[in-house]
Design a binder for this molecule. Structure first.
Ligand SMILES: Cc1ncc(COP(=O)(O)O)c(C=O)c1O
Length: 397
């Protein structure tokens, strides 16, 4: 039997060749300086580990409700009240936003796409984008319309407005972003929210890196404690809960990407549809690990984020002298331009790096363009310095 002939258009339409090539080449290297990794290099805080261990030991190992472990739903609801000022209610209450605990941020994205997009519908995504954004649209038979954000990587209302059509269901943006680490300002959040509201489309805010925003990108939060400095979010603007689907995750912030935990909140009609689809797909997020991340809300990652800001500075200082680097506001990536005078694509430059035992990701993996590379600085600072020295030299040649 030729099993390939059985594959769906959905599966055939998805392309993982770019990132696979990076892994394949990476596997051929001996102890490379690995600046390609998209997960933090610190251990999960003990409070989370202990809470998860206790949950397993006390037999909290069955399914949770589709919406999530009740304690975690309540804690997330309280947190959102404090952080963005939303009063989330039970899933059946159509007038208030609702919380859903998901299998990673990816789980929330899958459910959101499946809840919103029919064949032929459009979702506007940034370019460069997180790799799943276009592929999930393909999975739904929908179209991901790319919003060019070069060279500053800001998905502004001005750039999005001309792309909205009668087929547009949602605008998806990420702040701080992957692959550039750039965040929108309060003003830019407000303009994007107003655009989406006026055009009747949902604004999906992927804020997986919200806790990983550096001090200089934080502003006084409109709600929450006085003196609480946060990464700007459209969710914090008055009346946003009928237009914003907020998606966040625990994996990147607390170093537990393998636990597969995230959450989302937004209009009850949309979140209810997501809960329904969760019921027939993921069923629920991993139950004992939901108990584990309950401890996250009382865990301060400030010192870790500050250490990452120093690595960000190291990148901007070293490579800023030889090329363009949009200064990252958060996350742990920098999207670095391959100097035009080298006459190389991002992929060609990536190959040059591999020859020097340095692993990065070519920008074409995240974009229609292949002019940049993505560096992850979730790596030991001494190794990072070595890698930057080599990349700087290759860029100066
Ligand atoms: C912007 C963005 N959104 C979502 C995800 C998915 O994260 P998770 O591991 O929580 O599914 C990632 C992971 O790299 C990401 O960078």
């Amino acid at each position: 039997m030729n099993a390939t002939s059985l594959l769906s258009d959905r599966a055939l339409g998805m392309d993982s060749s770019g990132i696979r090539r990076v892994f394949e080449l990476g596997a051929t290297l001996d102890k490379p300086i690995n600046l390609s990794i998209g997960q933090p290099d610190f251990p999960v805080p003990d409070a989370l580990k202990n809470a998860a261990i206790e949950a397993v030991a006390t037999d909290l190992n069955g399914y949770s409700l589709n919406q999530g472990l009740p304690d975690l739903v309540v804690r997330t609801t309280e947190y959102l009240q404090h952080d963005v000022g939303w009063t989330c209610g039970p899933p059946k209450d159509a007038d208030s936003p609702t919380v859903l605990i998901t299998a990673g941020t990816s789980g929330a994205l899958v459910l959101a796409y499946m809840s919103l997009l029919d064949a032929g519908d459009e979702i506007i995504i940034p370019d460069p984008y997180f790799v799943s954004y276009p592929e999930l649209a393909t999975m739904c038979g929908a179209e991901a319309v790319r919003c060019e954000t070069y060279p500053d990587f800001k998905m502004t209302a001005e750039r999005v407005a001309p792309l909205i059509t009668e087929r547009t269901k949602a605008v998806l943006y990420c702040s701080p972003s992957n692959p550039a680490g750039v965040a929108l300002s309060e003003q830019e959040c407000a303009e994007l929210l107003e655009l989406c509201r006026s055009r009747g489309v949902l604004l999906i805010a992927d804020e997986i890196y919200d806790e990983f925003a550096f001090a200089d990108a934080r502003t006084q939060a409109a709600v929450g404690d006085a003196g609480d400095l946060r990464c700007p979010s459209p969710a914090r603007l008055p009346g946003s809960e009928d237009t914003v689907l907020l998606i966040r995750g625990f994996g990147k912030t607390y170093g537990c990407t393998g636990w597969r935990l995230g959450y989302c909140a937004g209009p009850a009609s949309v979140v209810n549809a997501m809960i329904k689809i969760q019921q027939y797909t993921f069923v629920c997020a991993p139950t004992p690990l939901q108990a584990g991340v309950l401890a996250a809300f009382d865990t301060d990652m400030g010192p870790t984020v500050q250490a990452y800001a120093q690595r960000r500075d190291m990148i901007c200082e070293t490579l800023g002298e030889v090329t363009e680097v949009a200064r990252p506001d958060g996350a742990f990536y920098a999207f670095v331009k391959v100097p035009e005078r080298l006459g190389m694509t991002g992929t060609r430059f990536f190959e040059r790096c591999v020859e020097e035992n340095v692993l990065v990701i070519p920008g074409g993996v995240f974009s229609e363009r292949d002019t940049h590379i993505r560096l992850s600085y979730a790596t030991d600072p001494a190794r990072l310095a070595e890698g930057l020295e080599i990349i700087g030299r290759l860029m100066s040649d």
